[in-house]
Write a protein that binds this ligand. Structure first.
Ligand SMILES: Nc1ncnc2c1ncn2[C@@H]1O[C@H](COP(=O)(O)OP(=O)(O)OP(=O)(O)O)[C@@H](O)[C@H]1O
Ligand SMILES: [Mg+2]
Length: 87
């Protein structure tokens, strides 16, 4: 196989200090990732840090919530964090 034709898989920063090093440089671009963990372990917060670390006007991020965690409830709590940017 000609290694010159390998596709480069870029890594997106997680926004969490130290986590990029643990996951091999960040989360792979164009990938499907499942964040799994015990109740209250920080899954939603991690997802938001990732969104705020990567979203731009040119490449916006979409965040979907389901009934168990409505958008208004999620926003009320997540806006307490320093990474949260209402703009
Ligand atoms: N990065 C963080 N810094 C400080 N506190 C945090 C952080 N991440 C999570 N927490 C604390 O843990 C609590 C639960 O976080 P979060 O809602 O993100 O967890 P979860 O895994 O999504 O929970 P659930 O299983 O209920 O969906 C937060 O309310 C907060 O108190
Ligand atoms: Mg959650």
């Amino acid at each position: 196989m000609n290694t010159d034709k390998k596709v480069t898989i870029n890594k997106l920063p997680t926004g969490v200090p130290g986590l990029d090093e643990i996951v091999g440089g960040g989360l792979p671009e164009y990938s499907f990732n499942i964040i799994a963990g015990a109740p209250g372990s920080g899954k939603t917060t991690l997802a938001h840090q990732f969104v705020f670390a990567n979203a731009t006007p040119e490449r916006p991020a979409l965040y979907f919530t389901v009934l168990g965690e409505s958008a208004i409830k999620m926003l009320r709590y997540q806006q307490q964090y320093t990474f949260f940017d209402p703009a």
